[in-house]
Design a protein. Sequence first.
Lengths: 164, 245
Amino acid sequence: MRLVADHLREQALARTGTDDFDEFGRSAFNRYYYATFLMIREKFYMMGVLQVGQELPHANVPERLRGTLKKEFSKARLKIHRSGDKELTGKIHSAESAVEDLARMIEEAKAIRTLADYEPETAIVLSRRGFSLVDVDIEAAKAWPQKAEGYLRVIESAWRQINV
Amino acid sequence: MSKEKISSHLESSGIAVSAIINRPSEEGGGYFVYVNLVRGADGSASPSKQKILILEKELAERGLAVGFILTDNHLLDIEAGLRATLLANHSDMIRNVFLSLEGGEAKVWLEPKADIKTAMPKITGTARAYLELSKVKLQSIILTADDFLPANFAILSVLRTISPASLGELSSALVAKKFSVPSDDWVRRKLEALRKKNLVVWIKSDGHMPHTYTLTLKGLKALGTKKNRSSPDISRVLAICHSSS
């Protein structure tokens, strides 16, 4: 999916000044969002947060992160702090930060994808780094899946330690 | 009509709106309002979180349900600069860098290439110096890679399920849980440290059987329990059944 998004981004940049520029540009935002969403869903399956094959509505991702994961981490952190395992307490604290940052990022990504898909009157415009949609640069969108990968590694790492 | 009302209310409050769209009904309806954050000379972001909450409340009182989407181009600039700086200085250690910013404080997320522990003070110094130029305080640096070594809590949890267990049995059980276990000796040293904290005891065996380890009452209390289907007592009973079948 990231490959497709990168391709669409390149195609948009090659079509600046034509009617196709806008369509390729907004599709690139869409695909970067989906790449990120699918990555999170896959990790939820692996971690057992979702049953394999269980549906995950897009709007529920931040809620799952903040509701299910953050609450579990917070409960475990208090328990592990009492047991004196400082290293793991720190790891869980990092995972809690990752959960919050990922939730915030996917909320923004979803809102931009909604705009890209349903509001064609809000045009893609050229920017310093390529192009942007309501001030969100395509480079920022390109970073969504990369950042999600990092956040998810931190989350999974702590999750495995507390769910043995 | 409502979009104009939102736009005019926000503009009269000094907020430049990038776009307003309908929020999907399955997400509660109302509107998404896109606002680009502007950074002051001191690094503070405008509009502030508090200002946004006040505006949300004011609009809600007029019957307009609004969710703000705040975009931050400044973050992208700082992030790109920090990445370039750290990769230029520590390219043998770092694969990627990204940043999250809240309230003028930054969390730096680092993907290391190799064992980075000894280089961390230097890397932290470089990151802090760069961020200070942008009036941003470094809150923490978090590594995104993991060696998946079991923490003490995980070792104790696995031991509780299978105890009494020999060193080899415990190592195998940890590997079965997909942890990296460098060697039995590594596990032995971890257990020795836990024994000194009175969380684990060593049971001398009779004859040719290997010595075993089990948790102390303090160790059991430290782990706590759960009264649901993931109860450790149930896991233990299942492990005993499994090993005797």
